[in-house]
Design a protein around this ligand. Structure first.
Ligand SMILES: Nc1c(/N=C/[C@@H](O)[C@H](O)[C@H](O)COP(=O)(O)O)[nH]c(=O)[nH]c1=O
Ligand SMILES: [Zn+2]
Length: 360
């Protein structure tokens, strides 16, 4: 088989661990000897073995003189595990095929240099686009030190997210709502505004049949209006960070803090999304799932802080000039300055449509 075939096996393996490896990238690796796959592996959890280590361990003796495919440049620095480039050299590998170079400017290219100076044949760029797409979150975070932001909205055919009486249970069906929980599992944090907490008293936890990781729950609450008995404050299911303004009342802050709740003040009285993202990035949040409501969605849109949009549209009509829509705020004044995106994927999920789009 050709290089692309084996690299696609490595890419498929890497993608299966999506959401588990944060803050590390997902990486896959395949060892091939005399046209036979003799080992493969994926990085499963930060701090544990890298993909190449799993693959080489499975290959055993057959790794000698083999070709190793890996979706990201092998590491060359001592992180929490010894460098994979050293392991590839000591395993007497003949050739290494790499899909994408490490985006971290500190290490970019050094793994490749090390392998070449040890006499290993190195080819770079096989299936590069597919490999880069695996780690759009990781690359974004490495470059900006801010979380990759996914905005998720769910609405009726006529764009409503609830009736004018604020009833919203449910708009999308079971399958689409289950899909949302898979995104929650894969994200470091989920964010809603205090309006959603007051209206829905959401738990914002990941409820999948086989369990799943709960994201940190971020509540934007400038004036500390989160009800003291809200589930996100009392259910002991996941950490909750309340983000408030510089002038927030210290007594109210004291009343909200408990072992699962932290209150964090931003430097300005009103919440600025850029300051929020810096604060979250500094605390190691690499991916942020914004579930609204409309006001919060509007502030992310106006801040130009959206990296991906997941839209679920249900075959329902709600109507009502006062019924809420997906994005509030003041909005753009003219089409010339409105946000343009490209649709990457459209699928039916149960009775609903799911659209994935990214800004141009
Ligand atoms: N009304 C709907 C949604 N509503 C989304 C938010 O308004 C809800 O408060 C939040 O998902 C509740 O989180 P939970 O308590 O953890 O279940 N989102 C959806 O995808 N479809 C809907 O029909
Ligand atoms: Zn490594």
């Amino acid at each position: 088989m050709d290089d692309r075939y084996y690299m696609n096996v490595a890419i498929d393996l890497a993608g299966k661990a999506a959401g588990q490896t944060s803050p590390n990238p997902v990486v896959g690796s395949v060892v091939v000897k005399d046209g036979e796959i003799v080992g493969f592996g994926a990085h499963l959890k930060a701090g544990e073995a890298h993909a190449e280590v799993h693959a080489i361990r499975m290959a055993g003796e057959k790794v000698i003189g083999s070709t190793v495919y890996v979706t990201l440049e092998p590491c060359s620095h001592h992180g929490r595990t010894p460098p994979c480039s050293d392991l590839l050299i000591s395993s007497q590998v003949k050739r290494v095929v790499i899909a994408s170079v490490d985006p971290n400017p500190l290490v970019a290219g050094s793994g490749i240099k090390k392998l070449k100076s040890a006499g290993i044949i190195v080819d770079v760029g096989v299936c590069e686009a597919e490999a880069l797409a695996l780690n759009d979150v990781f690359f974004h975070y490495i470059k900006t030190k801010k979380p990759y932001v996914t905005l998720k909205t769910a609405s009726s055919l006529d764009g409503k997210t609830a009736t004018y009486t604020k009833d919203s249970k449910w708009i999308t069906g079971e399958e689409a709502r289950m899909d949302v929980h898979r995104y929650r599992h894969r994200h470091d944090a989920i964010l809603v505004g205090v309006g959603t907490v007051i209206a829905d008293d959401p738990s914002l936890t990941t409820r999948l049949p086989n369990g799943g990781k709960n994201p940190v729950r971020i509540i934007l609450d400038t004036h500390l209006r989160t009800p003291i008995d809200a589930r996100v404050l009392t259910d002991e299911e996941a950490p909750t960070w309340i983000i408030t303004g510089a002038r927030a009342d210290e007594k109210k802050i004291e009343a909200l803090i408990n072992q699962q709740v932290k209150v964090m003040k931003l430097p300005t009285e009103e919440i600025k999304i850029d300051n929020l993202l810096t604060l979250l990035g500094d605390r190691g949040i690499t991916s942020l799932f914004v579930e609204g409501g409309a006001t919060v969605n509007g502030s992310f849109l106006e801040a130009g802080a959206i990296n991906q949009v997941i839209t679920y549209i249900a075959p329902k009509l709600i109507g009502g000039a006062l019924a809420p829509t997906m994005i509030g705020g003041s909005g753009f004044r003219s089409m010339g300055v409105s946000m343009n995106l490209t649709i990457k994927d459209i699928t039916m999920i149960g009775q609903d449509i799911k659209i994935i789009s990214v800004p141009l």
